[in-house]
Design a protein around this ligand. Structure first.
Ligand SMILES: [Zn+2]
Length: 351
């Protein structure tokens, strides 16, 4: 019975934790604007956005300019605004080189040829109006596999869905949040070298520009142009995530159904959010792409990490647009002083 009462108390805390701030009007994010940003990032001019290459230089300059134009402050520590450098240590080449000729093999061989280098996370901040020492984080990786198939006609892995889709959504959310007058600081971090093993996210977690303990909620966006408009909202997070009530409430506010079966949880360690989640930061990947595993698997078995991950007129951005707007709602709640995450579960059986 006591357990039951504790459970109710936890629910009540979670309930009042999500009182929204006064509504600030934010024009809805549209498919047109996401398509425009994705078209730019996934164009051949960006050379597949591989960390440590000319593709990186072009990509991070473009993203930094988008953050500046959106009105974000730089959150970076390097000499160039918005560009937060981190070191990548050269990998010893494997004794046995990869024998396959898949894009992933070409990418891996390319990594092994590179020496020590510097890559960058692109970091911007919207300062809160009523700061209380807490912050909200949004992440998406900008990098992809680069020139991944030198021998064939289409040699560039453009990474339209992985992850120009997440980048476009993050920029669009930042453009709204910059004008919403939210209480808390909101950090926007576009990470590098995710495809190398979450290196940018790990560098951010190792040497964070804000205390990790101050982050009340973090949202990672990766590969979000999978589902059509109106898809149910699922989430990927560490077990018993304190953010689940927030995601459920935001889904409801957006008129979307909740999919709580957690069937995509085995992707938990395969995304940037893990680099922070393993250090105790409440991180979640929320959206439609993880509610229909058949659709997600169809992508993973076809265009994923191939030169064919390109933006086409037929690419459906309905779900990505829904998810971008969902994240405006998520950030709006989490950046309110009224939002407190559920305290750790109390297990005191028998007292
Ligand atoms: Zn990838």
């Amino acid at each position: 019975m006591k357990r039951f009462i504790l459970g109710i108390a936890a629910l009540l805390v979670a309930g009042c934790a999500t009182v929204p701030p006064p509504p600030a009007p934010a024009p809805a994010i549209t498919q047109v604007e996401l398509r425009e940003t994705m078209a730019m990032l996934s164009s051949d001019a960006f050379e597949g956005r591989m960390a440590g290459t000319a593709g990186e230089t072009k990509t991070i300059a473009y993203l930094a300019e988008r953050m500046r134009a959106a009105g974000l402050s730089s959150g970076a520590r390097g000499p160039t605004p918005y560009l937060d450098p981190f070191a990548i240590v050269a990998r010893p080449a494997r004794v046995v080189a990869p024998t396959g000729k898949s894009a992933q093999d070409v990418f891996t061989a390319h990594i092994e040829q590179l020496g020590n280098l510097t890559s960058h996370n692109v970091v911007g901040v919207v300062r809160g109006r009523h700061p209380d020492g807490r912050a909200v984080l949004m992440m998406a990786h900008w990098d992809h596999l680069g020139i991944c198939a030198p021998a064939v006609v289409d040699k560039i892995c453009n990474g339209a869905i992985d992850n120009a889709s997440g980048d476009a959504a993050l920029i669009a959310v930042a453009e709204r949040v910059a004008h919403m007058g939210l209480d808390r600081d909101v950090w926007f971090v576009l990470t590098g070298a995710e495809e190398w093993g979450l290196l940018g996210a790990k560098a951010f977690a190792d040497n964070p520009p804000l205390p990790l303990a101050s982050i009340v909620a973090g949202f990672n966006l990766d590969t979000i142009a999978i589902a059509p408009a109106g898809a149910r909202v699922a989430m990927i997070a560490a077990p018993d995530s304190p953010l689940e009530p927030l995601v459920i409430e935001a889904a409801r506010a957006m008129g979307r159904q909740w999919d709580g079966d957690h069937e995509a949880d085995n992707f938990l360690r395969r995304q940037d959010g893990w680099a922070l989640a393993e250090r105790g930061v409440p991180m979640v990947m929320a959206g439609g792409s993880f509610s229909d595993l058949a659709l997600l698997n169809a992508f993973l078995k076809s265009d994923y990490h191939q030169p064919s991950d390109e933006l086409r007129p037929s690419t459906d951005l309905g779900g990505a647009t829904d998810d971008a707007n969902l994240h405006v709602e998520l950030v709006r709640h989490a950046a309110s002083r009224h939002f407190k995450i559920r305290p750790p579960r109390v297990e005191r059986v028998g007292d």
